[in-house]
Design a protein around this ligand. Sequence first.
Ligand SMILES: NC(=O)c1ccc[n+]([C@@H]2O[C@H](COP(=O)([O-])OP(=O)(O)OC[C@H]3O[C@@H](n4cnc5c(N)ncnc54)[C@H](OP(=O)(O)O)[C@@H]3O)[C@@H](O)[C@H]2O)c1
Length: 224
Amino acid sequence: MKILVTGTSRGLGFAIAEYLARAHDVVGCSRGTINASFKHISGVDFHNPATFEQLPLGEFDALVNNVGMATDGLFATQAEEMIREVIEVNLTSTLLLTKSFVRQRLAVRKAGSIINISSIIGIRGYAGLVSYAASKGGLDAATRALARELGPRGFRVNSILPGYMKTDMAASLSAEQVQQIVRRTPLGRLVTVEEVAKLIGFLVSDDASSITGQNLVVDGGLTV
Ligand SMILES: NC(=O)c1ccc[n+]([C@@H]2O[C@H](COP(=O)([O-])OP(=O)(O)OC[C@H]3O[C@@H](n4cnc5c(N)ncnc54)[C@H](OP(=O)(O)O)[C@@H]3O)[C@@H](O)[C@H]2O)c1
């Protein structure tokens, strides 16, 4: 299977691409360049959807929408530019890339599997993450609607909602905040990027052939 994963220069995206590359033909992308076991296309910027044109989207059987950015800070004082940027990168550009993927797959009369990396922040309220929450909640809603729209054409569309993982994105959390999350998590630890990657391996496979439109939470029980 040929799979495109976005945001693979580090963190979760890198782990997903490395894991999937053990069994599949994987292409990753991001703004920068990296050395990896999978092919990585640089210069793909979610601030500039024109850069998507270099991606041969119709070739891929599955698309993993992993690119994401977070900003924290109280909403009342957040700069308008920052609110727009989070929605643009996490939601609007992700939808535009997905639209191009769907159009190109339909043009070659093939279906595909789409996996959106969302977050538990989209289903639970956390102070300081209003714009990020809005972007992820929007992605989950789009997942359901797209699953209905494209199911008859054989596409499957799912979201994964991870809890906190140790990546650059979560690096601003203090040791105390991490301890508090761990204390509140029934399994007593953070989620690992490998655990999320394994779920994606399952979701792209035929073993998941009747799973679509779902928002799957991987958080050690934090949100139950
Ligand atoms: N870490 C967590 O605790 C956590 C929890 C739940 C959900 N998530 C979600 O998981 C996904 C991955 O997060 P992460 O923790 O791995 O974050 P990360 O370590 O900050 O990595 C983000 C990745 O996205 C790429 N990216 C960011 N902005 C981009 C842009 N404008 N254009 C193209 N690529 C861009 C980055 O590549 P370049 O900067 O090289 O372009 C990088 O590869 C995100 O959707 C995030 O919301 C994370």
